[in-house]
Design a protein around this ligand. Structure first.
Ligand SMILES: *Cc1c(COP(=O)(O)O)cnc(C)c1O
Length: 323
C-alpha cells in the first residue's frame, strides 16, 4: 500500500490561484492501524529506555480524548510492561469511546483533580503510583522530550526514503516535539510547522533548540566515526513556524475552519483530517497557496494521525464519516 497520496485543492481555493501546486499527503494515519500517526513514533525510544532500565510499569499522562493515551495503549498492548495512564480530570461513570479503547488495551486508568494533574511529575497521583508499583518508567504527556523527538527523526528518514523530491514539508504541532525531530533529520526540506495552540509564538525557538540538541548529539557520534556535517547551521533557515493558525485555541474551531473542512472533504473524502491538528495545518497552507504566498511547487503534508479525536465531536460535524 502506498502511503503518499495526492490532495485536490478545494474549489474556491483553486479558482484564484494561477500557480500550479502539487500537494501530496503522507498518510501517517495509516501506518499502524491502532496507533496512528506521530504518537507511535514518539513512543519508540521511550520504550527502549524503559526496557534498558528494566522497568516493569510504564506510566504516562493525557486528557480524556488524548491521541497520546490512545496510541500508548495500542503500542504497549503486547509488550511485557504493565501500563498505567493518569487521566486529566475525574472519570465519568460512562467512559467515552476513546478511553474505552485505552482500557481495552489493558491500560489502568487513574483519574485526577485538574489541579493535581497540572503538577505533572510533582503531583500526588504520581507519588501514589510510585508507592504502589516498583520501577515505574514515566513518559511525559504527549510522549515528548528528546527521546520523543528522536523517534520522529527516524520517522522523517523513513518518509524521505519513499520520495525525497519535495521542496517543503508541512507538519502540525502541539508540543513541537515531532517538528523538532523532523527538523533534526538532515534530509528534511523546508519545514512548515503549524501550531494548533494559541500563544505558541515562543515555540519556534524551542523547536530549534531541541533539534539542535539532537543534531549535536548525532554530530558527536559522527565525529567519532569521522563524518563531518554542517547540518546544524542550516536548521534556522529550514524552519517556518505558523503561530496564528489556531482558530481560537487548542481543540477550538472557527466557523471559517469548519467551512474549510467541509469543502476539503468534498474532493478528499478518502484523506480525512483530524479535528484538532491536521485540519488547521491543511487550512493554513492551502490558504497560503490561495494568497499566492506559497513559494514551493511540490509539497508533502505529513499526516500525524489523530482521527480518533472525532469521537469528541458530534457526528454531523465530521464530513469524513461516510468515507
Ligand atoms: C499530538 C499530535 C500532534 C502534535 O505533536 P507534537 O509532537 O506534540 O507537536 C500533531 N498531530 C496530531 C494528530 C497529534 O495527535
Amino acid at each position: 500500500m502506498s502511503l503518499i497520496h495526492s490532495i485536490v485543492l478545494p474549489e474556491s481555493f483553486r479558482a484564484s490561484s494561477n500557480q500550479q501546486y502539487e500537494l501530496n499527503i503522507y498518510r501517517g494515519d495509516l501506518e499502524h492501524v491502532k496507533a496512528s500517526g506521530n504518537k507511535w513514533h514518539k513512543l519508540q525510544y521511550h520504550l527502549k529506555q524503559a526496557e534498558k532500565q528494566s522497568a516493569s510499569v510504564i506510566a504516562t499522562f493525557g486528557g480524556p480524548f488524548s491521541n497520546h493515551l490512545h496510541a500508548f495503549g495500542a503500542t504497549i498492548e503486547n509488550l511485557p510492561f504493565k501500563a498505567v495512564a493518569v487521566v486529566r480530570g475525574e472519570l465519568q461513570p460512562q467512559l467515552n469511546a476513546s478511553l474505552k479503547d485505552v482500557i481495552g488495551h489493558g491500560v489502568e486508568l487513574w483519574p485526577t483533580l485538574r489541579s493535581d494533574y497540572r503538577l505533572a511529575m510533582g503531583s500526588d497521583v504520581v507519588r501514589t503510583i510510585n508507592e504502589r508499583y516498583d520501577n515505574v518508567y514515566w513518559i511525559p504527556e504527549g510522549g515528548g522530550g528528546e527521546l520523543g523527538a528522536l523517534g520522529c527523526r527516524d520517522w522523517a528518514e523513513q518518509i524521505d526514503l519513499l520520495d525525497n523530491s519535495y521542496d517543503a514539508w508541512v507538519v502540525s504541532a502541539g508540543t513541537g516535539t515531532t517538528a523538532a525531530g523532523m527538523l533534526a533529520y538532515k534530509g528534511v526540506p523546508s519545514l512548515h510547522v503549524v501550531s494548533a495552540l494559541k500563544g505558541a509564538d515562543e515555540q519556534r525557538a524551542e523547536i530549534l533548540l531541541l533539534a539542535r540538541q539532537l543534531v549535536i548529539n548525532k554530530l558527536t557520534e559522527e565525529c567519532l566515526t569521522g563524518i563531518k556535517s554542517n547540518h546544524s547551521d542550516s536548521l534556522e533557515n529550514k524552519l517556518f513556524f505558523h503561530a496564528n493558525a489556531h482558530h481560537g485555541g487548542y481543540a477550538k474551531h472557527s466557523h471559517e475552519l469548519e467551512q474549510f473542512i467541509q469543502e476539503y472533504a468534498v474532493d478528499n473524502r478518502h484523506h480525512p483530517l483530524d479535528p484538532v491538528y491536521t485540519c488547521k495545518s491543511m487550512f493554513a497552507i492551502i490558504a497560503a497557496m490561495k494568497r499566492g504566498e506559497w513559494p514551493y511547487s511540490r509539497t508533502l503534508f505529513i499526516h500525524t494521525g489523530g482521527l480518533q479525536g472525532w469521537c469528541g465531536h458530534s457526528k454531523k460535524k465530521n464530513p469524513f464519516l461516510s468515507a
